[in-house]
Design a protein around this ligand. Sequence first.
Ligand SMILES: Nc1ncnc2c1ncn2[C@@H]1O[C@H](COP(=O)(O)OP(=O)(O)OP(=O)(O)O)[C@@H](O)[C@H]1O
Ligand SMILES: [Mg+2]
Length: 384
Amino acid sequence: MQISPFIYGTTVSDKSFTDRDKDSKKLYENLTNGINTILISPRRWGKSSLVEKVAGDISTKHKDIKIVMIDLFSVSGEEEFLEAFAREVLKASSSKWQDWLKSVKDFFKQIVPKISIGTDPANDFNLSFDWVELKKHKDEILDLPEKISASKKFKFVICLDEFQNLATYQGYEEFEKKLRSKWQKHKNVTYCLYGSKRHMLTDIFSKSSKPFYRFGDIMLLQKIGRVDWINFIVESFERTAKSISKENAELIPAYMKDHSWYVQQLAHYTWAKTDHTASKKEINDSLFEVINANSPLFKKEIETMSITQLNLLKAICSGETQLTSNDTMQKYRLGTPRNVSKNKAILINNDMISNGDGSYLFLDPVFELWFRKMFFNEDYIKTM
Ligand SMILES: Nc1ncnc2c1ncn2[C@@H]1O[C@H](COP(=O)(O)OP(=O)(O)OP(=O)(O)O)[C@@H](O)[C@H]1O
Ligand SMILES: [Mg+2]
């Protein structure tokens, strides 16, 4: 049996990774030339996949650059962050655990970690610190990559996924200052910081009053282009002994508004339903399936909303742009202008909508299809 060429739910690479040539090149150039880079996009557009791909390319072509990857999604405080940072930097610095122990001896002067090593050191290597001591000597950990790289004559690229999580740590503001003051002095270490909470990240990196202002190059990752999606879908079908016409393949990114995760999901459902050649029927049936699969989640989201928030979504769905005009506020029962701006901020922060050029858009294309059907009785297929 053939395995589906379409993947969603994990980061993608190789044949499942499409386009992003310009983005890959730019990120590659930045990171290999010592330019700190901040990568921002809404959820599931492909940040982690892009960074993993570029990190892989760098490892292959530059033996003198060591890559550190840390996902801060599950790192919930400063202490845990420092431990993960020290552990991953050590692990990236060499493939031999004996070297890690030597580095601990050589580079930790003020603070001595407790080390545990299991039977499989690559996976069971851990460091822990005394918290009181750690608080006094954070600098030593934050400077660790710079010290190791200077002494071993290589460079580090450190990638921190879901970077905005740091802003939820207790005492974050002090920590933020400390990070910036240390990292900006590093000559052998380049940082790639990325995440999806666009407002939090923009706050951290674009406000002149904040320590991380102008820390690096900000890349706002865009969606993958329509033509690239079409080619990707057609080729992926062909590679697995099935086929789809260009015209039909185009329907998939068109329904999904080029959203990476959903294009892969709809393409996968379509592929799975197709024996030989995908027709509109397989695509449309799959669209229903994708919407149905997601609808319990959407219902839940709607249930947690206030009535004025829901009404605001309806107004946006109808294409209203003057949300605080008297007409709009009355027609959709949006409450006061204060309600409107508060609700707008909440919907933007929750990644429900985004605003560009004075108009508002739904960020989740499947949620939009579901919403239009639910509240305006619009047909899924017609709403393209
Ligand atoms: N370059 C790509 N080519 C094809 N599909 C992609 C690409 N990048 C991402 N995808 C699809 O989008 C999904 C989400 O990608 P990824 O996890 O990299 O996004 P993300 O922006 O890091 O998401 P999150 O904000 O949830 O962390 C992948 O599982 C895959 O289906
Ligand atoms: Mg990610």
